[in-house]
Design a protein around this ligand. Structure first.
Ligand code: HEC
Length: 478
């Protein structure tokens, strides 16, 4: 049965009127407490007026609220709670007013106690009604939406999840509904179409809810975006009253509309992946924008693709004057590569170089007189990705500093005195990909052990030995 417009018209005043009973009734409570103090005794007669106005306006608000509810679109459970707490507020306000009058007639401590209890319960019920009313309009997570995670833990709420769609790492494998369609609906539609707030009797928060449709039935026709109600409404002019999302709310972008249309055109499947659907050119280019640009890059590639502030020019010139080759890794890039000449003593140079430690990503100390001493400051070179130490005096004790370098990808220790025991310190370096150990004291067994600990690592013990290491570890890994 259609609700008469006049009922809905008055109903819309509920959200305005409801502030009156809240104000009056809280004021009555406050005045009652104050008037018990000697210096505020004079407020006592005002309590009655506040209570009377509060009870009357609460009654009006309740009637208007009932009218508003006839328009539908609210979750039954929340609405029921709000409605009964609202009615209880009216009843308790009236009771409190009657008790107030009685108590004024005759001073009776028992009566006074009953009156104050009624007043207090009324305030609690009022706050409950207000809270559930707020949840009805704003969603039940309105108050807690921005609550910091530590507080959420105490309150027993799940951790905040960001509403931003997560970038997709593997487009072909992405489940279209879960990773593409749902995030769009979640950010643009679910705020009004959920169990607390079923506008048009429609919920859109889950696959089942979408399939259930709204008050006028199905909201999409698999394979036919043109006649699918949810898209028909999206395409209506914004000022049309049936346009979705309603005028004034954040609208869908053209890209989001393209994706929703494509999903429906392809059969509106809830479990198929992108690879299982046909993708036209336009959709493909939109899909590509959803992919995390760093998805298939290594951590080292991401580091080197990132911006870094340039090193101090004077510092770089000073280092150059000491015969060291120091230059950008590529044009227009502030990452530096450094090549220390054979004659130089790296030990004395390192403290100078460490002033540009942030920018230096390739460091070649190969064939110099470098000792473990020079590696003491190495931990400052956090962005080092490539380190040459071949034919230096470095030993096992120098390797612990190297193992601290988070981005080191390439390490050349050829011709040094490092041993099996020493190189085991490198086992946990997750970015290390290539390790040169030819003509060191590292044995085949030692290399195999290291290889097993870090399967991504390519160890070079000299050509023949390397093949042996690979074969051995393949057996061991099986
Ligand atoms: C600000 C609240 C709000 C948002 C956001 C919103 N809607 Fe609605 N929606 C409504 C209201 C109110 C109705 C019922 C009135 C009507 O039919 O126009 C409705 C009705 C609908 C219906 C008709 C259901 C039926 O069976 O009658 C569809 C379909 C729909 N919305 C789709 C969407 C889609 C898709 C989005 C997101 C792109 C969306 N809505 C976002 C408020 C909203």
């Amino acid at each position: 049965m259609e609700t008469p417009d006049i009922v809905l018209f008055f109903g819309r005043f509920h959200p305005i009127i409801l502030h009156l009973p809240i104000g009056f009734l809280l004021l009555a409570f406050l005045l009652e407490l104050l008037s018990r103090l000697e210096q505020f005794k004079m407020y006592r007669p005002a309590v009655g007026l506040a209570l009377l106005l509060g009870a009357a306006s609460a009654f009006v608000a309740a009637v208007l609220g009932y009218m508003l509810a006839q328009g539908g679109g609210y979750g039954d459970e929340l609405l029921g709670l709000h409605q009964w707490l609202g009615i209880a507020t009216v009843v308790l306000a009236v009771i409190a007013y009657v008790l107030y009058l009685q108590r004024n007639k005759r001073e009776n401590p028992a009566l006074d106690k009953t009156y104050v209890s009624a007043l207090s319960v009324m305030v609690l019920v009022l706050m409950g009604a207000g809270h559930y009313g707020g949840s009805l309009t704003h969603g039940s997570d309105y108050l807690t939406q921005y609550m910091p995670n530590p507080l959420r833990k105490i309150a027993g709420l799940p951790e905040k999840e960001s509403k931003e769609a997560k970038p997709i790492t593997n487009l072909e494998e992405a489940v279209v509904y879960a990773e593409i369609v749902h995030p769009i609906l979640d950010s643009r539609c679910v705020s009004c179409h959920n169990p607390d707030k079923k506008k048009g009797e429609l919920m859109m928060h889950t696959a089942e809810a979408l399939l259930a449709g709204g008050e006028n039935g199905d909201i999409f026709v698999p394979g036919d975006p043109e006649t699918s109600e949810m898209l028909v409404r999206v395409h209506l002019p914004e000022e049309d009253e049936h346009h979705m999302p309603p005028d004034g709310k954040i609208q869908l972008t053209d890209e989001q509309i393209t994706l929703l249309s494509w999903w429906i055109a392809q059969g509106a499947s809830f479990d198929k992946t992108v690879a299982q659907l046909e993708v036209d050119e336009e959709t493909q280019s939109v899909l590509n924008t959803l992919v995390d640009p760093n998805a298939n890059k290594t951590e080292v590639e991401i580091l080197l693709a990132s911006e870094i502030t340039p090193a101090d020019e004077q510092l770089v010139n000073g280092i150059q004057q000491r015969g060291v080759m120091i230059m950008p890794l590529a044009e227009e890039v502030h990452w530096l590569q450094v090549n220390v000449p054979r004659s130089a003593s790296a030990d004395s140079l390192m403290s100078e170089l460490s002033k540009a430690a942030e920018q230096i990503t390739w460091l070649d100390l190969g064939n110099t007189k470098t000792t473990d001493e020079a590696l003491k400051v190495l931990s400052q070179f956090k962005n080092l990705t490539r380190l040459h130490l071949e034919n230096t005096k470095v030993t096992d004790s120098g390797l612990s500093a190297i193992s601290e370098l988070p981005y080191l990808e390439y390490l050349n220790l050829y011709g040094t005195k490092v041993t099996d025991e020493g190189v085991q310190q490198l086992a946990q370096m997750k970015n290390l990909r290539r390790l040169y150990l030819w003509q060191t004291e590292v044995t085949k067994q030692g290399a195999t052990q290291l290889q097993e600990a870090n399967p991504n690592l390519e160890i070079n013990l000299g050509v023949e030995d390397w093949n042996a290491v690979k074969a051995d570890s393949a057996v061991a890994l099986r």
